[in-house]
Design a protein around this ligand. Sequence first.
Ligand SMILES: Nc1ncnc2c1ncn2[C@@H]1O[C@H](COP(=O)(O)OP(=O)(O)OP(=O)(O)O)[C@@H](O)[C@H]1O
Length: 294
Amino acid sequence: MEEKANCGCEEGKGCGCKEEKDCGCGEGKDCGCESEETKTPVPGKIPVNNFSEVKNVIAVMSGKGGVGKSSVTSLLACGFRKKGFEVGVLDADITGPSLPRMFGVKGLLEATPFGLLPSESSTGIKVMSMNLLMHDEDEPVIWRGPVLSNTVKQFWTEVVWDYLDYLFVDLPPGTGDVPLTVMQSLPLNGLIVVTSPQDLAAMIVKKAVKMANLMNIPIMGLIENMSGAVCPKCGEEFQLFGPGHGREVAEKFNLRFLGSLPVDPELSVLCDEGKIEDYKSDIFTNVIPEILLQ
Ligand SMILES: Nc1ncnc2c1ncn2[C@@H]1O[C@H](COP(=O)(O)OP(=O)(O)OP(=O)(O)O)[C@@H](O)[C@H]1O
């Protein structure tokens, strides 16, 4: 590992830091950098709230709406939480927020001198969403792109996330202002792309992939939602939209195929009831180790 790159100091190898974590900066003045400097974010990225430390930021993206991106984001968060990690979800879909409903949390958030305190779900997942700032969740947010983008930045800088191992960012569908801001301003470890079996959704994946490539954001993999369906009577899985193409789509764009999720009435009921954490998210048992390995 390049000492100079990790440390950000001019001293390079002379600084004595061998690993990224050594440059906390345990070497202090000997290494020539001051601790404040080690906190300097990657150029162009904005620093998280002063009272927070977020180890990994993963954005979840879809080319088009309605493919179940928010459900997948929430299930990923639940899966990581069940593994014992500190987890948060940032709802960057300002005009169509759905995470509070899925996690059964309600506003209004508490403002402190350190920033806004996010809501906490029943299993301890921190949730930040526009709906948690609204007196009436039915009120529409009618804002232009730059205002939406600034709001998302504030969800990063002015929310006291405290310590998180993983923050999942639920992007609005498409490749508009907000996904652009998140990719430019947040220190993303990577993106997960969600698609559904319909050809249209798969075709639009290409746009999302191209955008991520242009922005130099690594794509951690692709998840296909609604790839089959679970019969509510016998529990058997069948192919509602014909055979899923997730694996082929992933191969076509040179992405890792992380897994698929069937249409399951139990999931939509639990989402509506605010109990997504009760869903059997072992569906992601393969996905999570894959992500952790990256
Ligand atoms: N695999 C699934 N089985 C059953 N219901 C699902 C599944 N995936 C999503 N849903 C349901 O479909 C609805 C829309 O899902 P979701 O909000 O996750 O989609 P989205 O892609 O994030 O939508 P948007 O583009 O509007 O942000 C939700 O009510 C959710 O419960």
